[in-house]
Structure formats: structure tokens, C-alpha cells
Design a protein around this ligand. Structure first.
Ligand SMILES: Cc1ncc(COP(=O)(O)O)c(C=O)c1O
Length: 400
């Protein structure tokens, strides 16, 4: 029996079947590479779905976590510790939003956004202002609140009824957004670049419609930056590139570089509506997670990584354009920086599978989109290598 057979058999008995895994067992990572149980190396263009922003087993992150684990990991939110305020200060410097609530995942960061938006209007005395406007193709997570503002019916339907009063608008139709937002809308939810929905950046026209709807009705805007934020696009957050001014921003994935942590960043006026007991979590913002976040944020706040992402992201885009010129199955290249999607005219799955067999990890999203979210520290040599492997994959799947 191979390690894969053993692991598969164990999981088949003991793990609930909510994931469809690809046939590989990873046991080690270093920089841009993952290694399977047989020692085969894979160039990782996904970084754990945009999480390992500094690559795998980053020495500075590893050393900080090890030291923190040996010192103190958890005291709960009953007490102060020195690292939450420090991590929040760095998030504030990057986002312009002064205050942070820490939690443990992206979905939890969205739950906090939804609760805080409702609480804001409750405090303001507008108690009928409870509804949300979200986007077609939008994805905000799988807990009940986050799922309620996630568009895909396949994820939603088995769990109905979800929270009521959510309207979905087509992001290609800015006028529809302005029409959908009323003085019953607590908040608009939109990812500045839709990730799971197919790597689809909002247009400038749609961003302007969000600003218009907020100005007209006072509605809050929640930017879901869980995938597009923290330097992924070469900007600290992509709402900044689009000229948006959110009152709430959800953050997750890359924040801990692999240590689970999420955050909801809020404006002063939203924070002022909150009181002790309105929300909370046992682990949220513990010392281990905050120490990891401080290491990740340090590299972003000193600016050097953002410049790197912009530079290598532009190089990657031009290489992908060359690939698309050669392979007509690629009909569009979308995204920014190191968040890239290749729109294919067919199902992306056979390309993903062959790429993996050839030592390259990419994934499929929205059925026909091949998505890449490499570590932010990747260099042009590895990006070129990824494009070269993809070139052989597009040649051979087409020929098959
Ligand atoms: C934009 C966006 N929001 C929310 C989530 C949910 O985050 P998590 O899986 O950490 O709960 C994701 C995860 O893919 C995401 O991409």
C-alpha cells in the first residue's frame, strides 16, 4: 500500500465527506515547493489558497511562532496581552481603518462584518435597516451568515432558510446596484476581486455605483478582502485601487501565513456602535496568531513586498498573455498582481490534473477558470517555470 492509499483509507473511515481531494499527500514544504510522500517536488502556485504569503516554512515566521509557542499562546479575551494592539496597529496603517476585531477564519470575519453592520443601524435607531445587497458570483464563506451573502445556489440551497433580506445584483450592471440599495439596506457586500467566483475584478463603473449607493442612502459598504487583500494584488487592499471607502473590511487567509486568524477592520463610527458582549471568541487574536500576523504585516508595512508583487505580477501577466496568444482555449486573463485567473472555453479540470502530474499546483474555480495565487515572495524564475509547464499542459490536453 502506498502512503496515498493508507491516508485515503483512514480518511474514508473517519473524515466527513465534505471535501473532494486530489490524489496526492503532501508532507513537507519549503519556499515555493511542496513535497509529496515520495519526495516528488511540486511548484505551488496556490500557496494553500492564498495563505502561505511568504512561502512554505518561512524561516522568520517559523522562528517567531516557535518562540511564541514556547512563551505563551493563549490567555483568552478576558485579559490583555501585548500583541493584539500591535497587530491591529499594523492593519490600520495598511487599510486606513482604525479598529480591528480578531477571529479565526475568513468566514468568521464576514460573520462579524454582518453583525457589526446590523448593530450599527440598531444603535442608530434604524431598526428596520437589516437587509444586505450582495453580488452574483460572490463568495463570502460557508457559515450561515457568510453563506447567506454567497451567491452559488449549489452551496446555499441545502441549508435554507438562510438569513432573510439578501438581494443579489449582477456586477456587470451598476445601475441595478443603485436601484437595489434602499433605506432598508444595512450594507453592500462585495469582494473587490471576486475569487471563488472566477477571479473577476469589479469594474470602475461598478465601484462608482457602490460609492453612489452609499452616498445616497447612507448604507455601509463591506469589502471582503479575504482573498484579494494583504498585498495579493500589489496594493495593501484592492478597494484602494478601485477608489472605494468601506466601513468594514474582512481579512483572512494570508494574515497568519498559515496560522489560522481572521480580522474585521472597521471605521470609527461602526466601532462606536459596539459594546462589550456584542461579539466575541475564545481564540480570536491569541498570542500565537497575532505573533504570526505581526511577522506577515511587518513585511507588508515596510513596503518592499508590495513593490515586488507589482513588478513580478506585471511580468507574470505578460507571460500569461503570450500563453493565451498560443492557446486559443484561453479566452481571457483576469486579475491583478499575483491573483490571476485564466478563463477557458472548456472545463478547467483536465488541465489542473495534468499540471499536477507534471509537478505544478493550480486550481479550478467557477468550472472553467484556472486560478493561481502563488506566495507573494515568488520570483520571475518560478513564474516562468509555471508558464512553461502550463504551455506543455495546454498543448497536450488539446492534443488528447
Ligand atoms: C473572498 C472570500 N471570502 C470569504 C472566504 C471564507 O474564508 P474561510 O475559508 O477562511 O472561512 C473565502 C475563502 O475562500 C474567500 O475567498
Amino acid at each position: 500500500m502506498s502512503t496515498l492509499d493508507d491516508v485515503r483509507a483512514l480518511e474514508a473511515q473517519h473524515i466527513v465527506p465534505t471535501y473532494k481531494r486530489q490524489p496526492v499527500v503532501f508532507v513537507r514544504g519549503a519556499g515555493m515547493y511542496l513535497y509529496d510522500a515520495d519526495g516528488k517536488a511540486y511548484l505551488d502556485m496556490l500557496s494553500g489558497i492564498g495563505v502561505a504569503a511568504r512561502g512554505h516554512a518561512d524561516p522568520a515566521l517559523t522562528a517567531a511562532i516557535a518562540e511564541q509557542a514556547a512563551t505563551l499562546m493563549q490567555v483568552s479575551n478576558l485579559y490583555y496581552h501585548p500583541l493584539q494592539g500591535e497587530a491591529a496597529k499594523r492593519l490600520s496603517a495598511l487599510s486606513g481603518l482604525p479598529r480591528t476585531f480578531f477571529c479565526n477564519s475568513g468566514a468568521e470575519a464576514m460573520e462579524a462584518c454582518l453583525k457589526f453592520a446590523r448593530r450599527y443601524w440598531y444603535t442608530a435607531g434604524e431598526r428596520s435597516r437589516t437587509e444586505f445587497v450582495a453580488l452574483e458570483h460572490g463568495f463570502s464563506g460557508r457559515t450561515m451568515g457568510a453563506l447567506s451573502v454567497t451567491h452559488n445556489a449549489h452551496y446555499r440551497e441545502p441549508f435554507n432558510p438562510l438569513i432573510p433580506g439578501v438581494t443579489f445584483v449582477n456586477p456587470a450592471d451598476p445601475a441595478a446596484l443603485v436601484a437595489a440599495v434602499s433605506n432598508r439596506t444595512a450594507a453592500i457586500i462585495a469582494e473587490p476581486i471576486q475569487g471563488e467566483g472566477g477571479v473577476r475584478p469589479l469594474s470602475r463603473e461598478f465601484a462608482a455605483a457602490i460609492n453612489e449607493a452609499c452616498a445616497k442612502t447612507g448604507t455601509l459598504y463591506i469589502a471582503d478582502e479575504i482573498q484579494s487583500g494583504l498585498g495579493r494584488t500589489g496594493y495593501p487592499f484592492y478597494f484602494q485601487a478601485l477608489g472605494l471607502s468601506p466601513d468594514l473590511v474582512s481579512v483572512g487567509k494570508a494574515l497568519g501565513g498559515g496560522v489560522p486568524i481572521g480580522a474585521t477592520l472597521v471605521s470609527e463610527r461602526v466601532s462606536a456602535a459596539l459594546s462589550p458582549g456584542d461579539h466575541g471568541t475564545t481564540y480570536g487574536g491569541n498570542l500565537l496568531a497575532c505573533r504570526a500576523a505581526i511577522v506577515v504585516l511587518e513585511q507588508l508595512t515596510n513596503g518592499s513586498l508590495l513593490e515586488h508583487v507589482r513588478r513580478v505580477g506585471a511580468h507574470f501577466e505578460s507571460r500569461l498573455k503570450g500563453l493565451a496568444a498560443k492557446h486559443p482555449v484561453i479566452t481571457e486573463i483576469r486579475g491583478a498582481g499575483l491573483m490571476r485567473g485564466l478563463q477557458l472555453s472548456v472545463d478547467a479540470l483536465p488541465f489542473i490534473d495534468l499540471a499536477r502530474e507534471r509537478g505544478l499546483l493550480v486550481n479550478r474555480t467557477d468550472e472553467t477558470v484556472l486560478r493561481m495565487l502563488p506566495a507573494l515572495t515568488i520570483d520571475t524564475t518560478d513564474l516562468d517555470k509555471a508558464v512553461e509547464i502550463l504551455d506543455t499542459v495546454f498543448t497536450d490536453v488539446k492534443a488528447a
